[in-house]
Design a protein around this ligand. Structure first.
Ligand code: NDP
Length: 251
């Protein structure tokens, strides 16, 4: 595939992401607190996370290792950051969840596998065929700013995933109002962290594959955050009225 075709493919993928964003604003993705048996056969949610998150990084590595370009140190830094996120999301995060025999629809798992396969392939294909990063890129303000965003995003995402998971004592299954830290301003700081993280990654990578990845991350997470926020307000009469969903004071 030549570079122009690859770019066009990314534009098509981003356009589909925008449609999915609009769809998810109407229909919340049915997993976690929105899980429902009416979406067909279900799978254990921890297993679901492993199966749906692993394929993207496997395909990315397939392209990187078999591609035309031999990756330099700069490319390996970027690839490692992607792997670092997905190794946690695939193998560590699910094992830490305090959910007991909770299930998610197989449909969600299959759709997420597709999403991760396409994103992993596009990013992997870019590295395999078009990436020519140099040390000058590493020293540039765009890369440095992106790296700071990525680091802050990872920290916020991990910290607030952790705080949410630990709202339940071992054996508990219900939900509580999260308090303190960024929860004073937003309902879903973990989602905010993930959006900041992949925005930083797109700035560091500076290619359309990474941009389409952040478009899809936003398409998945902003509607999910809004659904969570509405759910909290429905569920808890005393939910803090001035708390926003994901962007402090704005949304
Ligand atoms: P949630 O915030 O809904 O839940 C995270 C964990 O904390 C779950 O185990 C959940 O339990 C538990 N939890 C959440 N809120 C409460 C509460 N108020 N009281 C008690 N327990 C609570 O996370 P998501 O499932 O939305 O996302 C998980 C991670 O995956 C996040 O880091 C997110 O950024 C990432 N993600 C990334 C996407 C992308 O496109 N890049 C898409 C979707 C998620 P339970 O499961 O029982 O609800």
């Amino acid at each position: 595939m030549n570079y122009q075709t690859f770019q066009n493919l990314n534009y098509v993928w981003m356009s589909i992401g925008v449609l999915v964003f609009l769809l998810l604003l109407k229909v919340p993705a049915p997993y976690g607190r929105h899980s429902s048996a009416k979406w067909g056969p279900q799978i254990n949610n921890k297993l679901g996370w492993v199966f749906m998150e692993a394929p993207g990084m496997i395909l990315l590595m397939f392209f990187v290792l078999t591609g035309a370009i031999r990756q330099n140190a700069m490319s390996w830094i970027l690839i490692s950051l992607y792997l670092f996120h997905y190794l946690n999301r695939t193998f560590v995060f699910p094992m830490r969840l305090r959910t007991r025999a909770k299930k998610m629809p197989l449909l969600i798992m299959v759709l997420a596998i597709f999403f991760n396969l396409v994103n992993g392939s596009l990013i992997g294909y870019y590295f395999a065929n078009f990436a020519h990063y140099t040390i000058t890129d590493l020293m540039g303000p765009r890369f440095i700013f992106g790296a700071i965003l990525f680091g802050c995003g990872v920290f916020i995402n991990w910290d607030y995933d952790n705080r949410l998971i630990h709202l339940r004592r071992p054996g508990e299954t219900g939900y509580k109002i999260p308090e303190g830290g960024l929860f004073r301003w937003v309902s879903c700081p973990n989602h905010l962290g993930e959006i900041i993280e992949w925005t930083g990654f797109a700035l560091m990578c500076w290619n359309l594959a990474a941009v389409s990845f952040i478009v899809w991350t936003i398409a998945n997470l902003i509607p999910r955050t809004l659904s969570h926020h509405k759910w909290y307000k429905r569920q808890f009469g005393d939910y803090p009225a001035n708390r926003k969903a994901v962007i402090p004071f704005v949304l």
